[in-house]
Design a protein around this ligand. Structure first.
Ligand code: SAH
Length: 287
């Protein structure tokens, strides 16, 4: 039937819904049904507690058997997200860290614009009992939390999926967002700090003969700087990156952390005729 074919094309679109260690088959079934209601079809399960397939899920899915049938099972969240280019993690709880916190409307809008560029997205949901752990949230680009009653913030898993699926469907419409809590301010660092990182990295690369042949150095430097400029790093992020560059610069794989400095490594000294790790700037304090 032509109508059915068109519908199949439509429902194959959109972000994956990823459930981490879902416990109740009924919830998985209701998730599938909510997804089908709003045109999503790629359900991924990470270690479902009661295995897969699950008869309770099938019963609760009602007519959404097309979602149930193509549901995939994964050993790890990383594996379930492997093909995604933009990932949001949903949580009712405030988290520490660098991640931007979005409301469902803004999250759906970002997923939609990625989708328009054919960049696959994924929305991650946690276990019924305790949600997602920090490491799992850490695999996502952004955090999504719903505007809810702060004294009763935790939605049922399938209802949480329904809400995001609904926003996905509506995501053509722009709207103001409201979040229950805010992430850290993501102000881009003053350019001075960014340029300091350029200098540090370029010195470290230069001393290892990265710019080859020498006449390519300007164009290579330009690309490197473009890559480092695009994210609009904050001061904190630049500090983290500079600490990493310092550490790589200071310790060779053969000399584990704490065992010495570049000056102690005769191979590096002879290769460059000087200490290759010398940065002589603020980065040394970042460790
Ligand atoms: N008891 C858990 C919540 C589990 S609810 C906890 O305290 O974290 C199951 C999943 O639904 C959550 O892991 C999350 O993915 C989603 N969810 C529930 N309430 C939410 C909310 N207010 N905002 C965003 N996601 C929510």
């Amino acid at each position: 039937m032509a109508g059915t074919d068109r519908q199949r094309d439509l429902i194959a679109e959109g972000p994956s819904i990823v459930l981490v260690e879902p416990q109740l088959g009924e919830n998985i079934g209701m998730v599938a049904r909510a997804m089908a209601n709003f045109g999503l079809a790629d359900l991924r399960l990470v270690n479902p507690r009661d295995g897969w397939p699950n008869s309770k899920a099938q019963a609760a899915a009602s007519g959404a058997s097309h979602v149930i049938e193509r549901t995939s099972v994964h050993d790890t969240l990383a594996e379930a997200l492997a093909g995604a280019r933009y990932v949001v993690a949903t949580t009712a709880r405030q988290r520490d860290g660098f991640k931007t916190v979005l409301g469902p409307v803004e999250a759906a809008r970002r997923l939609r614009s990625m989708h328009a560029r054919s960049e696959p997205g994924a929305i991650v949901f946690g276990r019924e009992r305790f949600g997602l752990d920090n490491e799992e949230v850490g695999l996502a680009d952004d955090i999504v939390t719903f505007p809810v009653n702060p004294a009763f913030a935790s939605l049922n898993l399938a209802q949480a999926v329904l809400l995001m699926s609904y926003e996905w469907m509506k995501s053509g419409l722009a709207s103001e967002t409201a979040t229950q809590f805010a992430g850290p301010e993501f102000l881009s660092a003053p350019k001075k700090e960014l340029f300091g990182m350029f200098a540090q990295l370029e010195t470290a690369l230069e001393s290892r003969g990265y710019f080859r042949p020498p006449e390519r150095k300007p164009v290579m430097t330009e690309s490197l700087r473009a890559v480092l400029t695009r994210p609009g790093f904050s001061s904190e992020e630049i500090r983290v990156l500079r600490g990493i560059i310092s550490s790589l610069d200071r310790f060779s794989p053969a000399s584990p952390r704490g065992s010495g400095s570049p000056g102690d490594d005769p191979r590096r000294r002879s290769a460059n005729g000087q200490r290759s790790g010398k940065m002589g700037d603020a980065s040394d304090s970042d460790g």
